[in-house]
Design a protein around this ligand. Structure first.
Ligand SMILES: C[S@@+](CC[C@H](N)C(=O)[O-])C[C@H]1O[C@@H](n2cnc3c(N)ncnc32)[C@H](O)[C@@H]1O
Length: 241
């Protein structure tokens, strides 16, 4: 097995897709690193010269500390304990990765660490939920979305967003692109068809469970979801028919 194959095996498809979106960087900061596999991979690939692996939890960070020791990476990798972007100085990291958390928590981390976030060249974000809210917040708060990726792992498809500070950033004209990342549609991502089908199935399931909604709020929710399904189908048809 060659070195590259060995390193690929260390990363799951989700982590590999996150790492693959990272451009050549001087210093990357992986906020909420846990196992530390992404920064280690980026250093070993030569994609980052220096890596800061940070986490709020001492137990989680300890895994990254062990990894740094195991691979003798102390000269180019560092573990820092603390919340969000408080662990880095503005301008210290040109690439910031925040993965495996909810979109709202990612947004809060970017808001609280605004100076460090805005001084980075690129943010690689992988929200587990709340993707729509995160896209909306980014585009309405001076970040443009420059790329998106999907990664299939188990029975899930994960969304990964690459964003850049951009004073000219504007929101999407079509609301559905906060749900279905526009960049995925633009490049007709190979997993997009399956991802939209999954979404339509899960929204249809919720609509079925709402049945003959009796309360006004349930009935409103049902109509909202049906409208969303219609919009998903419209994008699906425009891409795949
Ligand atoms: C599910 S793990 C994700 C680990 C890794 N980033 C990944 O994608 O596989 C979430 C990690 O984020 C850390 N975390 C949660 N809130 C945080 C915060 N405000 N600042 C830094 N780390 C945080 C947790 O301690 C945990 O280790």
């Amino acid at each position: 097995m060659n070195n590259e194959q060995g390193e690929d095996m260390l990363l799951s498809p989700r982590l590999k897709a996150i790492a693959d979106l990272v451009p050549p960087s001087r210093t990357i900061a992986d906020i909420g690193t846990d196992h530390g596999h992404i920064p280690l991979y980026l250093i070993r690939q030569g994609r980052a010269e220096y890596a800061i692996a940070a986490d709020i939890s001492p137990g989680s960070l300890d895994k990254a500390v062990q990894l740094i020791q195991q691979y003798n990476m102390g000269h180019c990798m560092e573990a820092r304990l603390g919340s969000g972007l408080s662990v880095i100085a503005p301008g210290e990291a040109d690439t910031i990765i925040i993965a495996g958390m909810g979109g709202i928590l990612i947004r809060e981390i970017l808001e609280e660490g605004e100076e460090a976030a805005r001084s980075a060249h690129i943010l690689i974000l992988q929200p587990m939920i709340g993707q729509e809210e995160l896209r909306r917040w980014l585009l309405n708060n001076g970040y443009s979305i420059v790329d998106e990726e999907l990664a299939a792992e188990g029975d899930r498809i994960y969304e990964i967003i690459a964003a850049k500070p951009d004073k000219e950033a504007r929101g999407y004209e079509n609301e559905i692109y906060y749900d279905i990342g526009w960049k995925l549609v633009e490049k007709k991502h190979p997993l997009l068809k399956e991802w939209i089908q999954k979404k339509i199935r899960s929204l249809s399931e919720i609509v079925r469970n709402l049945g003959n909604a009796k309360t006004q709020s349930a009935s409103e929710r049902k109509h909202e979801l049906m409208e969303k399904i219609r919009m998903y189908k419209e994008v699906y048809d425009s891409c795949f028919r």
